[in-house]
Design a binder for this molecule. Structure first.
Ligand code: NDP
Ligand code: MG
Length: 279
């Protein structure tokens, strides 16, 4: 049996670590081709032991030099170009989970080298979906959104024509300040803003959730991915965060997707599409 070849861009982040957990529990079916990281040397060292990756791209130059010296059997790179030039075999599944726009170039570059790309990095989709889409088409690469709302919409739209969609409702927890009055919010500290009531996430997205900007980003993200007009979207405050998306169709039926507030669920289902594997 051929093992599935996996690449995790941003393996030391919140999404990255959840992906590593899934892969390390099924090593007989997966082979880790690539992990990419920046500053978190401690987490990377742990992941090297757990997954025995074939290649590493480490952005932080000092850490790159350290790891290159320490692990002679792993191909360690300081940039994507050298890795991509050397990598001849197609990766089966790549997850794009670097935060912010640092994730854009790596995401664009790896599309040619992977059969499937699951993208968590919403900034990339918002800023450059047209470039991503072009590359996906040119290389016949499959795309799966991982942001939970978008994964839900994507899942609900399977075997459906996009023209049959009348409305999409994206849910929002309301974040840590939902029931605070404005005066109190003014004095809130970053530490409180970062403590999301339902999700455990990286710092940037946690702040974006506290200000509700994350939901604005998600509407733009959904417009791009599903090629729908802005007027088709609504936001619903739903503090329990169990329903992630609601899609109304023109046949009078409405579908909703419910799952626990754990990003491992959309990630897991983007990896094990149509399989009988238990989460
Ligand atoms: P984190 O901040 O937890 O992780 C970011 C990852 O990117 C880390 O591995 C970090 O490396 C790496 N990284 C950061 N800057 C660079 C750089 N300049 N070059 C190379 N690598 C870099 O982020 P999250 O996991 O929370 O989020 C990742 C993406 O997924 C974001 O775009 C976010 O909006 C999106 N997302 C996240 C969700 C969540 O639940 N966390 C939910 C939905 C979407 P290191 O740690 O080694 O420094
Ligand atoms: Mg989301």
């Amino acid at each position: 049996l051929m093992k599935k070849k996996i690449a995790i861009l941003g393996s030391t982040g919140s999404i990255g670590k959840s992906t590593v957990d899934i892969i390390k529990n099924d090593k007989k079916n997966f082979e880790t081709i690539l992990l990419t990281t920046n500053d978190n040397l401690k987490e990377l060292t742990k992941q090297i032991k757990q997954l025995k990756p074939k290649n590493l791209i480490i952005n932080n130059r000092n850490h790159y030099l350290k790891i290159k010296k320490k692990y002679k059997k792993i191909n360690t790179f300081n940039n994507f170009d050298t890795f991509l030039r050397k990598n001849k075999k197609k990766i089966d599944y790549t997850i794009s989970a670097i935060s912010g726009l640092s994730g854009l170039q790596p995401t664009l570059d790896i599309i040619k080298h992977t059969k499937t790309i699951a993208i968590a990095n919403k900034e990339t989709i918002i800023c450059a979906w047209n470039l991503i889409e072009k590359k996906l088409k040119a290389n016949n690469t499959k795309f799966i959104p991982v942001d939970s709302e978008h994964f839900s919409i994507w899942y609900l739209l399977q075997n459906k024509e996009i023209q049959t969609v009348e409305e999409i409702i994206i849910t929002a927890s309301g974040g840590p300040f939902l029931n605070w009055d404005l005066k109190k919010i003014k004095k809130a500290s970053p530490n409180i803003a970062i403590k999301h009531p339902n999700w455990s996430m990286g710092k940037k997205i946690s702040i974006d959730s506290a200000t509700m900007m994350n939901k604005v980003f998600e509407i733009i993200e959904a417009q791009r991915i599903f090629n729908l007009d802005q007027t088709k979207f609504k936001i619903l405050i739903h503090p329990q965060s169990l329903v992630h998306a609601i899609v109304k169709f023109d046949n009078g039926l409405t579908k909703i997707l419910v799952h626990d507030t754990d990003m491992k669920i959309p990630i897991f289902n983007s990896i094990y599409e149509n399989s009988n594997k238990k989460v």
